[in-house]
Design a protein around this ligand. Structure first.
Ligand SMILES: [Cu+2]
Length: 466
């Protein structure tokens, strides 16, 4: 198998690089194929999600995306793999594309953490192709207007995984434990009750969906936006940045169905995609870990680098404090809660010790009607300072939370934040401050701050000891 290299779209070195010209022309063909053809953009989007009145009706190939689960990364890796093969197979028949470009074509990725790359890549924002004449298939008019106008960019905190996320356990059976890849679960399209997203699905994944807007807000339409594939390629890259030393075992019990470039059925599993070069024939040009996005987050990174490694993910956690509903509407909200002591079961599991090795913050039962298009920073302590920023919450898929009761949920490791508060004598278990504050997008034109955003509800906030 020949190996292709996936490259950073912002480092291709020229406007309308041959890789993007080829991608635009292939997407142009995909847009014209009928939805019954597995190579069409409509079919490919329906592999991720289908609407209420899906035509043709869903089968085991469509409406399959895995979220809020340890299958998030492997399922989307296979999804990109077949999409990339389809693009390459279509390119061979497009005369305008040089043969050497078609044969070695690989999906580029959008690394929004690169300096100057926080705006939509320009080739996706132009309504016309390089000739100034033909319509640009990479343009999606449903995106937020400021994103297409390139007057909005991501806040740096939305562009990289949270502090420590790349070193967290890949998975855990408990949603109270912060992970890299998501809660261990069965096959689940949206969310198995009690499961939460892994840190990589949280940020930057969900934040970027919220930033782009339009089709990118919804499961059933996200794949219609050609930038979806470059965004997910960057998320996939982070699995290589982390490496595979601690990938889960036992997760190949669930398999996934896809259609390949010939329309043939393929059944695959999570173990079959962990070696990109050996099993799938691609590599990334750069897998350098990202730098913390702000000075405050740098302080956190330094603090947490001094902490011991995470305990085994199956060491049972315990909820020590919880509070109910908070409504977020675009302004800062303070949500105080009380933390109590641990149970005798907790102590027994740790040979009599009651000090936790890890402290987690869970933000659960998040519901709403539509994506507000912003993220909220979640802070612990009274200052809402970036060195106390636990992580971001954002709202990809929130429109599905009303129907089946499958709300969104996130878990953050706040161990280093709590110990910094303790060292500072500002940790009072009877009065723990959790603060929500809007983050992103950054607009060129400073809009008069109305402080309004489409509301979302947070059902419960808990402190968990492990
Ligand atoms: Cu996604």
């Amino acid at each position: 198998m020949a190996t292709v290299e996936r490259r950073d779209v912002y480092a291709l070195g020229e406007r309308w690089h041959p890789i993007l010209r080829a991608y635009a022309l292939a997407v142009g063909v995909m847009r014209t194929l009928p939805a019954t053809d597995a190579r069409s953009l409509a079919y490919q989007a329906s592999v991720h999600g289908v609407g209420d009145e899906a035509d043709p009706p869903p089968d085991s190939f469509r409406g399959q995306c895995q979220h809020n689960s340890w299958y998030f990364l492997p399922w989307h890796r296979w999804y990109l793999f077949y999409f990339e093969q389809i693009v390459r197979s279509l390119l061979v028949d497009i005369d305008e594309v040089p043969a050497e470009v078609a044969e070695s074509w690989a999906l580029p990725y959008w690394n929004y953490a690169r300096t100057g790359a926080g705006r939509l890549p320009p080739e996706f924002a132009a309504p016309r192709l390089w000739d100034g004449r033909r319509r640009n298939p990479l343009f999606d008019p449903t995106r937020s207007p400021a994103v297409n106008a390139r007057t909005a960019r991501l806040d740096p905190r939305q562009t990289v995984p949270g502090v420590r996320v790349l070193r967290q356990p890949f998975s855990s059976t408990s949603p109270g434990v912060a992970t890299f890849g998501g809660t261990a679960s069965g096959w689940h399209h949206f969310r198995e009750p009690g499961a939460v997203a892994g840190g990589i699905e949280t940020t930057p994944h969900n934040d970027v969906h919220g930033f782009v807007g339009g089709n990118m807000w919804r499961f059933a339409e996200a794949g219609l936006d050609p930038v979806f594939w470059l965004h997910h390629c960057n998320i996939d890259r982070y699995w290589e940045v982390r490496g595979h030393a601690t990938d889960p075992s036992g997760w190949a019990a669930v398999s996934f169905d896809f259609r390949d470039a010939e329309g043939a059925a393929r059944t695959v599993d999570a173990d079959g995609c962990v070696d990109t070069a050996g099993q799938l024939g691609y590599v990334y040009d750069d897998v350098t870990p990202p730098a913390p996005p702000t000075p405050g987050q740098r302080v956190r990174a330094t603090r947490s680098a001094q902490m011991a490694e995470s305990p085994p993910p199956e060491l049972p956690p315990e909820v020590v404090g919880t509070r109910g509903a908070v409504r977020l509407e675009g302004a800062r909200v303070d949500a105080p809660l009380q933390v109590g002591g641990v149970s005798s079961t907790f102590r027994k599991a740790r040979g009599g010790r009651s000090e936790p090795q890890r402290v987690f913050l869970t933000i659960e039962d998040i519901t709403g009607d539509i994506n507000p298009g912003i993220s909220y920073g979640v802070y612990v302590g009274e200052d809402a300072d970036d060195s106390m920023l636990a992580g971001l919450i954002s709202f990809f898929g929130i429109e599905s939370t009303r129907a089946g009761g499958h709300a969104l949920g996130y878990t953050f490791d706040v161990t280093d934040i709590v110990s910094a508060l303790r060292d500072d004598d500002s940790w009072d278990p009877a009065d723990v401050h959790v603060i929500f504050r809007p983050v992103g997008p950054v607009l060129d034109e400073e809009e008069p701050d109305s402080g309004d955003a489409v509301p979302v509800e947070v059902g419960s906030i808990s402190v968990v000891y492990q």
